[in-house]
Design a protein around this ligand. Sequence first.
Ligand SMILES: [Fe+2]
Length: 349
Amino acid sequence: MASTTQMNDMVTLFRRELELCGVREGETVAVLSELEALRDYAAAFMTAARDLGAHVFNVNVLPASTVAAGDKVGNVGKTALAGNRPAIDALKSADLLVDLMFLLFSEEQNEIQKAGTRILLVVEPFEVLSRLFPTRELRERVEFAEAKLEAARQLRFTNPAGTDVTYELGTYPVMTEYGYTDTPGRWDHWPSGFVFTGASDTGVNGKVVMDRGDIVYPFKTYVREPIEFTIREGRVVDIRGGLDAGLVRGYMESFRDPKAYGISHIGWGLNELAQWSCHATGVPGIGMEGRAFYGNVLFSTGPNTELGGTNDTHCHLDLPMKGCTLTLDDELIVEAGELVPEEMRAPGR
Ligand SMILES: [Fe+2]
């Protein structure tokens, strides 16, 4: 449990975050947590919300499994809230739900969002939350990227290791993450800073070759030997390489689910505060720094229910890659890991 000073710091920072989320007097803020996990966050969010004049309550449930919050992102969709109708209904009645559990990719999350509740996921360590505190400036750049991606019909990305893959766009919506949410029914994750969409279900073709130093989530490890994914009509049909390719292949096989080989979201990072080296120094958490890293391309496999698709596999890999070049209908967006359009570039970049 946090000391009094730490708790005061937490309440102060969480209050600023809730202000960005537009929490005002008379609104209802719900906090969802699992037993003892992140108890200090739950207490600090409730205190901060009350200080802003909101009604506050905490839904605390028994964990569905022994998977730690930080590891849930690799095994998604199964939550401790499933089938708990009174708890789901209570959360739907809130204006803002602070999710300390990890509802992403679950039916429960979709239902709560449809009720108009905005949802903020918070599971990263306090140090990361502080260092990557969101700004309105980041939101503007992410929303500019959103408009570009919405207008595009084809996305292609390459890298020096041999990647050359195309995504046919237009079937699924574009989604943004900038670290807070003041829009009814909208989900976000603090911290963040990227934009993504999905291709049509059979609209991904080519090769993705992850280079040395790229990151594999949920492993939170850096690739040591290139991993080559061959993709045909929206499915991974072959994975080649050395040690890392073997680990990824074994992980995907362990789900015994053909849907695990679908292609999930695609997009790029815009957060210049995110550190690529975060896992080299052992920062705990689920790894939002690699995912939101400025100028990365975030390739991923698995479910697309978050975008409104039907692939509900529990096997999800987020695979941020550095140094890529990404185009939208032949317009350069990322060139060798640097954002090109001025409206997307961070101050001083
Ligand atoms: Fe993902």
